[in-house]
Design a protein around this ligand. Structure first.
Ligand code: SF4
Ligand code: SF4
Length: 215
């Protein structure tokens, strides 16, 4: 009946009049963000990045550009490429997180920001220097090691590259021995990569590295 439907509609209005509003007066007021929020300020740890470009290959929109050159350190196990370009066109990013999921070395994390609006598209490209100097407060999205440590990127302190991986720092120290890092060689690994290098003949040609067999 016409009258009954009107009363039912009014009842809904009255019910909602007494409810506490869910809306907040942004930007003065803000709701609490989940630590797993997928924000636009990517957090990248150059020390962990090998330049494998898996993140760029997995991005469904192809908006990550990576250019590398051969590293000057040992081109053997644990070596990495030197990163020359690492651009992310965030004006096209849909924050799916696939690039983060694809990174095998826990070098790339989603950020927790959402206020980087600009008037020009050019200004919405994150370059390698922006990534280098950005606050290291990674989102815990797809990083259970951060979640189990109850890390909150909004209130927590910036994290060092040694603290964000799934593997322990000791493991990293050994496995990434070819990385150009200012750190002491662990005693149980002394001579490891060096000894290996001496047993191989290496020759660099035009950016390519060839290895001969053991002498
Ligand atoms: S979040 Fe998704 S769209 Fe954005 S850069 Fe990563 S893979 Fe590409
Ligand atoms: S961020 Fe990760 S996936 Fe991307 S190049 Fe570096 S190591 Fe590879």
């Amino acid at each position: 009946m016409f009258g009954l439907s009107m009363a039912a509609g009014l009842l809904v209005t009255l019910k909602n009049l007494t409810k506490k509003p869910f809306t907040v007066q942004y930007p003065e007021e803000r709701v609490k963000q989940h630590p797993r929020f997928r924000g636009e300020e990517f957090v990248w740890y150059e020390e962990r990045c090998t330049g494998c470009a898996s993140c760029a290959k997995y991005c469904p929109l192809g908006i990550i550009k990576i250019e590398t050159s051969p590293s000057e350190t040992l081109p053997q196990q644990g070596d990495k490429y030197r990163l020359e370009v690492f651009d992310i066109q965030i004006f096209r990013c849909m924050f799916c997180g696939l690039c983060v999921e694809a990174c095998p070395y826990d070098a790339l994390f989603m950020g927790s920001g959402f206020e980087q609006g600009q008037y020009s598209r050019k200004e919405m490209v994150i370059g390698i220097d922006d990534l280098r100097h950005a606050d290291k407060k990674p989102s815990t999205y797809l990083r259970p090691q951060l979640e189990s440590a109850n890390y909150d990127p909004r209130s927590g302190k910036p994290l060092d590259w040694k603290d964000v991986g799934r593997e322990s720092w000791d493991w990293h120290l050994k496995e990434k021995a070819g990385m150009r890092l200012a750190r002491p060689t662990p005693p149980d690994y002394a001579g490891g990569p060096q000894a290996q290098e001496e047993s191989n003949t290496s020759e660099r040609t035009g950016g390519e590295t060839k290895f001969g067999g053991p002498a």
